[in-house]
Design a protein around this ligand. Sequence first.
Ligand SMILES: Cc1ncc(COP(=O)(O)O)c(C=O)c1O
Length: 406
Amino acid sequence: MKEGTKFFPNRQIGVGAVSISALQKQYVNQALDSGRLSAGPFTAAFEKQIAQLHGAAAGVMMNSGTGALQVALQALKEKYAWNDGDEVIVPALTFLATSNIVLYNNMRPVFVDIDPATYNINPRLIESAITPRTRAIIVAHLFGLACDMAPIVEIAERHKLRIIEDACEGMFTEYHGQPVGEFGDVGCFSTYAAHILVTGVGGIAVTSDPDLELLMRSIMNHGRDPVYLRIDDDQARDPKVLSEIVSRRFSFVRLGQSFRATELEAALGMGQLGEKEAILAKRAAHAAYLTERLKEQDGYRTPFVPAGYRHVFMMYPLLVDASKLSAAEVTQYLEARLIETRPTLPLLSQPVYRRLFGDIEDRYPEAKNVAHNGFYVGCHPSLSSEELEYMADELCEAARLLGRAG
Ligand SMILES: Cc1ncc(COP(=O)(O)O)c(C=O)c1O
């Protein structure tokens, strides 16, 4: 670009952006006009589509990805009669909701270090974390890249462990041609702002186990008797069925949650589904551009995509070479130039985790390295080519200005 014409953003280049299409507005208005705000036809359609796209029989829409994960684990705990204090393996690097939900379920998270190449849980380290009290593995497909599921499924089968896939960052990501969400007992997705599909708030748990589907529908709905889980469940014409429903519909059979979403979130989601491939293509193109610009830049490590994986780039993570650059200095530099950043999901150094578990980070050196020497920037479809070029220019400039001789 010529001197004097250099692009400078007039607003922050965020890690996510919201852009509402005409179809989304039409669907939201349709939901509003219908007078039906709690789970109705949009919710049912969205649940079905997300489940199908992830190779599962059913989806249960909730208020958040965290809600979906929490309910999924509670359902598994009830189905398999696990005890308080039983253990669940989780990655040592993830958004903290992945392991918070183990604590909410009165179980114990057992951390496992990550693979330094992919930043996802390292399957080779899982077996040594298994004890007689281990019941499940929660994998998290971080930044939009699937975990190495074949060895994880094999270990889980051999040790009779259940699997929850935290796919909150990995909607539509694929592992050797198979979508995530179909490897575990339950797969959980978030549609919060900045995710692949954005509905404001929202989450979906998908499963092919009808027991788990019913348990999850009950748990997210105050633990209600499954005879009545939606407001049209009492439309039965058969008087015997109707009397059964009426007598049981205000009956609560387990300790549940109030984690429902509304038709408005589902309408936003349905209005976006048709753009799925365009969204993924744009994210892939943005990531390819940033990688092309940065791969020769001294000081950065660009994302690695193993052969046979489809990375959906919910964000674009970068590691710095700590002998040459400081992630804190680079992110300060970028933020001052209106490029929003986030750290690459530090978990064990979070104040709340240090309080709960003490100083355990050194036991997980790869997670510690990524947590302290990484950051991510946005990779969403709304980024313009000027913004992407500006981001790449500033990342290179930051390395040039802030780099120490290696
Ligand atoms: C890996 C992971 N798990 C869980 C969640 C929680 O999703 P939500 O914010 O919808 O509760 C997120 C959110 O970003 C996430 O990144």
